[in-house]
Design a protein around this ligand. Structure first.
Ligand code: PMP
Length: 556
């Protein structure tokens, strides 16, 4: 058996069908799948080992504590930290960065100090610093990127001053897939006396990390992006800093003594920062994820490089695809757009074909802003992905771009449908009938796209800031006209899929009174259409925002 097959076989989730097609999971930048060893360790812990840690003086608590602390030592070795108590458990990268902001930055920064980040940071490494800046009077400075998508060292030099107190940058950005020159950044930051924080969320599954050699002050990452459990992350910080920092959550576990007479003495490291019962099962199972990476170290790096090259070549050869950064990435992660098509239309079509990719701003709105983009598509692969999966993805993408999908055809039943929509004769019942006939998600998706295609576009003058629906990944507009006691709605969107959903949603609300609109059960309607499990009115696809706006307009 090949090493790839052997590695892939450890991830049971990958063997499923999605929307009637074999799943192709290309959203590893959001989270990676879990190997059987991690899944089994979680189950085994609850089955035979469950007890609280560090507390009781009984056998299973001792065993749980040993396993819990053993993982801390494994992480210490994995990232080359000097002491295991420099590894603090958090709920993830976001929590770790917030901990640094609260416990270190708010205590040490004053008005006029500067925090440097890059424009390509995840919101988790931007928003905490905006809040710190607001509260302390410090200034937040964002360094630009080079054409390749890495931190521009020349720009960094111009931003660095004797007032710089913190440099917080990612090791690999979640939209660029490029390794930043963090060694140079750390060295220069040190020269001006600034502390350094490296967001390793995207790097930890792909690169060997040695925090002692890097000599950064803080390094943070999430277990779920490296085959481990969700709800667990690591804050690495140098011992000296952790000793100086005050805790920010108080309660059990983080204390040595508590007296109502003399007050509280905080616990030693690392417990000072781990108030309350931690994610014990997560930590114990995480050990298996680290073992998996260590056992497959060479394979992971070879496969990453091979996938990155193959994917780059294929994407560049596909007409209509434009890479956001057109060079081979350091990890198999590429951001791109498809000319003349909305990102959501591309991703929803691929989803109907069983291919999971990501569309949107990727929690990097400032980067999108600097690139003058509303969002983009992202494929992010893990070493269990294959070249054959890339081939299928590219084939499907090409079919979509060439307009060869059923939902792009202008003939047959689609055309009849289009005509019936244009004549405004289609009622809710007709939509329900069509969706009942369309059995698979593939077919339902096609119906939505056809509805979107033939949905009459709104007059541009009506697409104003006032009619814009916030909360949608795409842009959508809605206008209500009151006719006697009932309402008539006009709507539009830049994404075809959203136009289709608007058409379906509006059919349920047209010519109804305010009371009927408030009372209508949109979930039951979507259930009847067979859409609820795919496109429930949630924040994610913006449907909830649309429904809320309809209700608000009917009330006002
Ligand atoms: N930083 C980067 C670079 C990321 O990619 C992510 C996750 N997408 C985060 C921070 C936040 O990680 P988490 O949601 O696990 O806290």
């Amino acid at each position: 058996m090949s090493q790839l097959q052997n590695f892939r076989d450890q991830f049971p989730l990958l063997e499923q069908q999605v929307n009637g097609k074999p799943l192709i999971y290309f959203d590893n930048g959001a989270t990676t799948q879990k190997p059987s060893s991690v899944i089994a360790a979680s189950g085994q812990f609850y089955q035979s080992q469950n007890a609280n840690v560090h507390r009781a003086s009984h056998a299973i608590s001792t065993r749980a504590t040993q396993a819990f602390e053993e993982t801390r030592r494994q992480v210490q070795a994995f990232i080359g930290a000097q002491y295991s108590h420099e590894v603090i458990w958090t709920s993830g990268t976001t929590h770790a960065i917030n901990l640094i902001a609260q416990c270190w930055a708010l205590e040490n920064l004053t008005a006029g100090d500067e925090i440097i980040i890059s424009v390509a940071e995840h919101h988790a490494n931007i928003v905490p610093w905006q809040v710190v800046a607001e509260q302390t009077g410090a200034r937040l400075v964002a360094v630009g990127l080079t054409d390749k998508g890495i931190v521009d060292l020349a720009d960094f030099e111009t931003c660095l001053t004797h007032r710089t107190k913190l440099v917080a940058v990612n090791h690999i950005a979640n939209v660029t897939g490029m390794i930043n020159p963090i060694e140079a950044i750390i060295a220069r930051a040190k020269e001006v006396g600034a502390k350094t924080l490296i967001d390793g969320a995207q790097a930890i599954a792909h690169l060997p990390i040695n925090v002692t050699e890097l000599d950064c002050d803080f390094y943070v990452f999430s277990a779920h992006k490296m085959y481990g459990p969700t709800g667990l992350g690591v804050l690495y910080a140098k011992q000296a800093l952790l000793m100086q920092m005050k805790p920010y959550q108080y309660g059990g576990e983080m204390i040595k003594t508590v007296s109502l007479k003399t007050g509280t003495v905080f616990n030693e490291l690392p417990f000072k920062f781990e108030a309350g019962t931690p994610n014990i099962v997560g930590v114990v199972a995480f050990a298996k994820a680290i073992e998996l990476i260590k056992d497959n170290f060479d394979f992971i790096h070879q496969q990453d490089a091979a996938l990155s090259q193959y994917l780059f070549d294929k994407l560049t050869d596909t007409d209509g695809v434009e890479l956001v950064f057109s060079r081979q990435a350091d990890i198999p992660l590429y951001a791109f757009v498809v000319n003349n098509h909305h990102n959501q239309d591309v991703s929803s079509y691929l989803d109907s074909q069983g291919i999971a990719i990501r569309a949107g701003h990727h929690c990097a709105m400032p980067l999108m802003e600097s690139l003058h983009m509303n969002g983009c598509l992202r494929v992010s692969l893990a070493p269990y992905n294959t070249m054959a999966e890339i081939d299928i993805f590219i084939d499907k993408l090409t079919v979509f771009i060439k307009g060869e999908t059923d939902s792009c055809l202008d003939t047959g039943s689609g055309n009849e449908l289009a005509t019936s929509i244009r004549s405004e004769s289609m009622e809710m019942n007709e939509i329900i009938e069509r969706f009942t006939q369309a059995k698979s998600w593939d077919q339902k998706h096609r119906e939505i796209m056809l509805l979107g295609k033939s949905f009459e576009r709104m007059d541009k003058t009506l697409r104003s800031a006032q009619s814009l629906i916030s909360g949608c990944e795409s842009q959508a507009w809605l206008v209500a006209i009151k006719q006697g006691e009932t309402f008539y709605f006009y709507a539009d969107s830049d994404a075809k899929i959203v136009r289709g959903l608007l058409r379906i949603t509006l059919a349920a609300y047209q010519h109804k009174t305010a009371a009927q609109i408030q009372a209508f059960d949109i979930n039951a309607y979507f259930e009847k259409l067979g859409l609820l499990s795919h496109l429930s009115p949630s924040r994610g696809n913006g449907l909830l925002a649309i429904v809320e706006k309809i209700k608000a307009l009917a009330l006002s």
